[in-house]
Design a protein around this ligand. Structure first.
Ligand code: ZN
Ligand code: ZN
Length: 199
């Protein structure tokens, strides 16, 4: 099993490495917010047939970018929503973080984890968590799974990063003061409605 996994936007300007493949949660989120994020970017390849986004949750401090950090941009669906990171070079969804850098983890979106044909299952094990299945597209909903285990693992990541101070090593925030490295742009209500309507 590989101990690290490459990160890359579609065009290759942004590159980086997840320096550890454990701890992590391999999950699929069917929520309408994740769907709206992908649709707003026009990143339809981020979503599976049922509108699910395949995500690897990992400690943000395990992520380093080696080039192209200036291509990172950040949007929020609402002014209290998650920070949703993507690249301006090629509109590749990269990942989601909370706005508070002290609550530190990243949900990396599979669209930036396909470099060099690396398999997510090989690096992170099979999908163990399927969430927000009620908003999946289609009559036959996927079966919800792994939520409690997944949340417990994520909380453990957050607590460890908080106690050790590793939350300061998130590449999405200025290590001096926790300001996001790109200014979060909140969607207008028209933009949000459009992104949600395109289902
Ligand atoms: Zn790019
Ligand atoms: Zn979601």
């Amino acid at each position: 099993m590989p101990s690290s996994h490459s990160i890359q936007c579609r065009c290759g300007q942004l590159r980086g490495l997840l320096t550890a493949t454990r701890p992590s949660n391999h999950c699929i989120c069917y929520c309408t917010d994740c769907q709206a994020f992908a649709r707003h970017l026009g990143a339809h390849d981020a979503l599976d047939k049922q509108g699910g986004t395949e995500i690897i949750q990992a400690p943000a401090a395990n992520l380093t970018f080696s080039q192209g950090v200036d291509t990172l941009a950040c949007l929020r669906l609402t002014d209290t929503g998650m920070l949703r990171w993507y690249t301006t070079c090629c509109q590749t969804p990269i990942g989601n973080t909370l706005a508070n850098w002290r609550v530190s983890f990243v949900g990396l979106i599979h669209t930036c984890l396909r470099a060099e044909g690396q398999s997510l299952d090989t690096s992170f094990g099979p999908v163990t968590m399927r969430v927000s299945v009620k908003s999946a597209i289609g009559q036959e909903k996927p079966v919800s799974s792994g939520l409690l285990d997944g949340i417990a693992k994520t909380i453990a990541m957050i607590v460890r990063a908080r106690i050790s101070g590793a939350y300061r090593r998130s590449p999405f925030f200025d290590p001096r003061n926790g300001t996001p490295v790109a200014h979060p742009k909140v969607l207008t209500s028209d933009e949000l409605q459009a992104a949600k309507r395109m289902a």
